[in-house]
Design a protein around this ligand. Structure first.
Ligand SMILES: CCCCC/C=C\C/C=C\C/C=C\C/C=C\CCCC(=O)SCCNC(=O)CCNC(=O)[C@H](O)C(C)(C)COP(=O)(O)OP(=O)(O)OC[C@H]1O[C@@H](n2cnc3c(N)ncnc32)[C@H](O)[C@@H]1OP(=O)(O)O
Length: 193
């Protein structure tokens, strides 16, 4: 149970309808961009997270805390934990809706210390949708899928179209992700919703 007093979603929301070609439960999800700090395989210092679709519109992700992730001695830095949740929540939105979206708001409750060497088993879910706003949340269980909850997060993602990335990002980065999409057209996303 969250310690946050506000209801969730904070506005009247409809159930989120997953894309008809969304990956099925059990499917492992690919990285969405090789230079993504959360999932990319080209950044030595990245989190290298991978996720899998779970039952009932959920995504499961794991994040193992190393010495490189410390804030307090021997404990994970809270900002990095928030990043791991942003990744898991972005993954559920991007992969189950197959539409581009960005994080508008992310709130975290840190309920237990997360030591170096431990693994957070994150389960993310789609909570509701209101226009372009997608509400999602996640629990992070310590060291096992049924371990105690150490971190919880709630987030608002806002659907955007691809112009968002061409307008605000770097053209060469966008070309890189578009090339990867061309190589796997079955994994293409719906754009310009
Ligand atoms: C990241 C994807 C890369 C490209 C790949 C494409 C597809 C992805 C597919 C798979 C992805 C798989 C994994 C992804 C993993 C990780 C993802 C990480 C995601 C990030 O790490 S991403 C970086 C951080 N993120 C930003 O860099 C956003 C900066 N920001 C903006 O770009 C604008 O701010 C924007 C676009 C958010 C909204 O701007 P806008 O002009 O389009 O729309 P507007 O302002 O009208 O907001 C519309 C409605 O949302 C409400 N709203 C907005 N913000 C709110 C807030 N904070 N609190 C409460 N409500 C809020 C408004 O109140 C309004 O509500 P209403 O409609 O009811 O009036």
């Amino acid at each position: 149970m969250s310690r946050t007093a506000q209801p969730w979603p904070p506005v009247p929301a409809e159930p989120v309808i997953a894309h008809p070609q969304a990956p099925a439960p059990g499917e492992k999800l690919p990285m969405h961009y090789a230079e993504c700090f959360g999932c990319g395989d080209e950044l030595d210092g990245g989190l290298h997270m991978r996720s899998t679709v779970g039952e009932g519109q959920t995504v499961r992700a794991q994040f193992t805390v190393t010495d490189a992730h410390q804030g307090a001695p021997g404990l994970a830095h809270g900002g990095l934990l928030a990043c791991a949740f942003d990744e898991a929540l972005g993954s559920i939105v991007g992969n189950l809706l197959r539409r581009p979206a960005v994080t508008g708001r992310l709130e975290t409750d840190f309920r237990r210390p997360v030591p170096v060497g431990s693994t957070l088993f994150i389960i993310a879910r789609l909570d509701g949708m209101a226009g372009r706003k997608i509400y999602v949340s996640a629990d992070g269980h310590l060291d096992a899928e049924d371990g105690p909850i150490a971190v919880q997060a709630r987030s608002l993602f806002v659907l955007v179209d691809f112009d968002h990335f061409t307008t605000h990002g770097h053209p060469q980065s966008m070309e890189k992700i578009m090339e990867a999409r061309r190589r796997k057209p079955d994994r293409d996303w719906d754009i310009n919703p």
